[in-house]
Design a protein around this ligand. Structure first.
Ligand code: HEC
Length: 144
């Protein structure tokens, strides 16, 4: 499917799922990443940043290449399902893009924008508030 088709289909299918999951999110201040935790504008910015800085290895649509793993769909989500967005942010910020490039050379906001794009590609619904590059807040958002 093209990116636009995928987004349209994903948005329609997930609107209902998002209501259900938001209502059943775990307690104690935890947030599900299905709860609309980034905005569409932020994801669009993140996609441009990803294309420029990451896609050569991770594929245009986060689908992987010979030089880097896919950051979408089954295996990726399985690997990260018990972790938080703070872990994902730290992995990106501390190690990507890898040497001989310079890990951490993007701004904190830019890494957060790339996470927004990653969530969009993985068909998590957009909402009304941007995802902040705040490790404490990101640690409350679970990858499931
Ligand atoms: C030169 C190739 C290359 C570039 C450019 C690159 N990566 Fe990676 N990335 C890799 C490789 C190889 C791995 C697997 C090894 C590892 O986890 O460190 C990886 C792993 C990852 C992982 C963990 C995947 C998982 O399933 O655990 C994330 C997240 C990630 N990269 C994000 C990014 C982001 C965001 C950018 C752009 C800012 C980026 N990468 C740029 C090669 C690259």
């Amino acid at each position: 499917m093209t990116y636009d088709m995928r987004r349209a289909v994903g948005t329609a299918a997930l609107a209902a799922a998002a209501c259900f999951l938001a209502a059943t999110a775990p307690g104690s201040g935890d947030i599900s990443y299905n709860a609309g935790i980034y905005t569409q504008a932020q994801a669009d910015r993140g996609l441009k940043l990803f294309t420029r800085n990451c896609a050569a290895c991770h594929g245009d649509m986060f689908n992987g290449s010979e030089s880097g793993p896919a950051l979408s769909d089954g295996p990726f989500l399985d690997r990260w399902k018990d972790r938080t967005l703070a872990d994902l942010y730290k992995k990106m910020h501390d190690t990507m893009p890898p040497p001989p490039d310079q890990p951490g050379r993007l701004s904190p906001q830019e890494y957060a924008d790339i996470i927004a794009a990653l969530l969009m590609i993985n068909e998590m619904p957009a909402g009304k508030t941007e995802l902040a590059a705040d490790p404490a807040a990101l640690a409350r958002i679970h990858m499931r």
